[in-house]
Write a protein that binds this ligand. Sequence first.
Ligand SMILES: [Zn+2]
Ligand SMILES: [Zn+2]
Length: 247
Amino acid sequence: MKALLTRVAEATRDLLYPPHCAVCERPFLEDERLFLCAECEAKIERIDQRHVCRCGAPLPDVLDLCPECAQSERVLVQVRSFGWYEEREDPDHVLSTLIKIFKYNGERALVPLLAGYLDEAGQSLRPLVEQITFVPMWPRDERERGFNQAELLARELGQLWGIPVVAALEKIKKTEPQASLPRSERQKNLENAFGLAKFTPCASILIVDDVCTTGATLRECGQVLKESGIESIYGLTLARAAPALSE
Ligand SMILES: [Zn+2]
Ligand SMILES: [Zn+2]
């Protein structure tokens, strides 16, 4: 029993103060920040916020809008993401590895670090939003994981910014994991997947999620919020998949 308690205590301590880098597992030097070594931190695939369209897509220098935004009205006024995401298993991709450790290993101690990244990427949105919400999970999936990663990030960001966090949306249909589907089928997978929860809406709201791949999830959630009468809807994610070359 004592051995077990000791192991639990050690595991808890290691969770709070991991003695090595969460990504490359190199032992920490004393003056390094928790979770990520300086080398991995320097490799983080940050998105240059000055060269993205309002939808978050990368832009060449000469353009203000991507072709899609130039052509049609978008549900979300603006979407920002902190860095690039790699869907394939790639241990060298720092941000994707961090997000996977957070989501699939349940490493909740990463929340402050990751919310700090959202804060950095979302600075232009902060003065524009009155409420923060998050992409909801199917209740059973959330029970199995033990938490909703988007909600944890949203709540931490809400604390940082002093902006109320509301559970504005519900998942009302079980969907296939987006990453398991070809990009062409992802929009259909999410059709009618979200509904409005009971909450008192303001005029502007920010939807937080961990990863945006095709943008279909944010669009579907945004559509539901729009129909409830919210005027301005924004999106903020930790990471965004680089545009596929085949698309
Ligand atoms: Zn490292
Ligand atoms: Zn655009």
